[in-house]
Design a protein around this ligand. Structure first.
Ligand code: MV4
Length: 445
């Protein structure tokens, strides 16, 4: 089976990334865009483009009926949702499938299961993936939760079942605060996500964020493609990712990666996905959440394996068998880092929309740029501020960092503020350079 045309329900660099993969496969693409994105690079790069509404995402990139109509009008028989927007919307996935359009993503049932953090936790427990001690389900009985918390020990953290990515969380330091915190967290979750279900688990103060890339075909075969370290974050926005994680030994990599694959098989997962873990100072790993989409940071995994993950995603959606077993997975080769170049001030991370007046990208060995930035490009205030991703590969972490310093030095973007100076500071930070850092790094810089 193949696709006659892929509609890309996204914009920006990921839309361009998907168009490139489709063109490598000889599959035509349809771009969609809002009125303000008429001149955007992804529109020019696609074979066809349709305007789907005004600047507001709710009325354009998130408009399901319009997207389905564009599929019908253009004859697109597959949809790639990219990341963000509708990428983890099980209802959209379901509507595509019932309309005879292939959803290039996991089954709606898997999106739903992992979207509910309480169900995800229960499924991981069942599958043997380590989770933090906590409540087995949503808190209903506060006295029971207090008893459990006293048993496990403080600090604890309350998390909304329908939250994720750092939204709807509250740390609880003392048993006396539990009831009030739960009431507040639950009310906020109900208002933000439409569900007040909240669970509780042990809180780790200085974890690393380590995630495993997995991929499964429609026939149940699956592999992991190693891990990425994503601890360089600010307010739950990742800024820099690297692979492999310097703090992980080969045995743990193999064991935890294998557990992720087994768990994915148990839930009937298909396609690419990511298991996020908290990695504690003592070397233990605990499941945090699963992302059921291609991620922004997928290129670091591509760099250390040589695999085109987006092409693999499309191939799997059209029925291909996974081309390798776990033992045949290429790599990990050398070391890779991704630097997110955002239109933001480098110290306070304030948005800096505007027009890029001069643009000179770096080049040379080990340099890849996935981005939409160019001279004359206007960064719109309506959308994500990321204008490019600089992906650096080297034979080892030292070479990778040196090439990164060289590339960031060459990179010239004028007219807007960018996170380039921030990345230069990271590459001079002793803890980062030693590889001894955690999710608090940015706060301490
Ligand atoms: C935690 C945690 C510590 N202990 N859970 C943040 C994102 C969301 N997926 C869950 N998050 C956290 N959950 C327990 N039990 C610390 C965080 C956290 C964090 C995690 C990864 C990367 C950056 C972070 C920054 C602050 C808090």
């Amino acid at each position: 089976m193949t696709f006659s045309k892929i509609l890309i329900a996204n914009r920006g660099e990921i839309a361009m990334r998907i168009i490139r993969a489709a063109r490598d496969l000889g599959i035509p693409t349809v771009a969609v865009h809002s009125t303000v994105d008429r001149e955007s690079p992804h529109v020019r790069m696609a074979d066809e483009a349709f305007c789907i509404g005004p600047a507001s995402s709710a009325e354009s990139y998130l408009n399901i009926p319009t997207l389905l109509s564009v599929c019908e009008v253009t004859g697109a028989d597959a949809v790639h949702p990219g990341y963000g927007f509708l990428s983890e919307n099980a209802q959209f996935a379901e509507l595509c499938e019932v309309s005879g359009i292939t959803w290039i993503g996991p089954p709606p049932s898997a999106i739903n299961a992992m979207g509910d953090k309480i169900r995800a936790r229960a499924l991981m427990l069942e599958a043997g993936v380590p989770i933090l001690p906590g409540t087995p389900g949503a808190i209903n009985d506060v006295e029971e939760a207090k008893r459990l918390a006293t048993e496990i020990g403080f600090p604890m953290i309350l998390k909304a079942a329908a939250g994720g990515g750092g939204r709807g969380m509250k740390v609880v330091e003392r048993v006396e605060d539990l009831e009030q915190s739960w009431l507040t967290c639950s009310a906020e979750a109900a208002a933000a996500f439409g569900s007040g279900a909240v669970y509780m688990e042990r809180y780790l103060r200085r974890p690393r964020h380590v995630e495993f890339q997995i991929v499964l075909d429609q026939y149940g075969a699956g592999v992991h493609l190693f891990e990425r370290e994503c601890s360089v974050q600010r307010r739950h926005q990742k800024l820099l990712e690297e692979a492999p994680c310097v703090a992980l030994d080969a045995e743990t990599r193999k064991r935890v990666g294998g557990l992720c694959v087994e768990a994915s098989q148990k839930i009937g997962y298909v396609g690419v996905g990511t298991f996020e873990f908290l990695y504690d100072t003592d070397g233990s790993m605990f499941f945090m959440e699963m992302n059921t989409r291609i991620q922004v940071e997928h290129p670091v995994t591509e760099a250390i394996t040589g695999i085109d993950l987006v092409r693999l995603q499309i191939d799997i959606a059209r029925g291909a068998h996974l081309p390798f077993t776990q033992d045949e997975v290429p790599g990990p080769f050398g070391h890779a880092m991704e630097f997110r170049i955002n239109a933001e001030t480098p110290d306070k991370f304030l948005p800096s929309p505007g027009t890029i007046t001069a643009y000179e990208p770096p080049g040379g060995p080990g340099v890849r740029i996935d981005g939409l930035a160019h001279a004359g490009y206007t960064v719109l205030p309506h959308y994500d501020s990321m204008v490019a991703k600089l992906i650096i590969h080297g034979a080892n972490r030292e070479e990778c960092m040196q090439r990164a310093r060289r590339a960031l030095h060459e990179y010239r973007i004028e007219g807007i503020a960018t996170t380039i100076p921030f990345h230069q500071r990271v590459l001079e930070n002793e803890s980062f350079v030693r590889g001894e850092y955690d999710t608090h790094l940015v706060t301490t810089m």
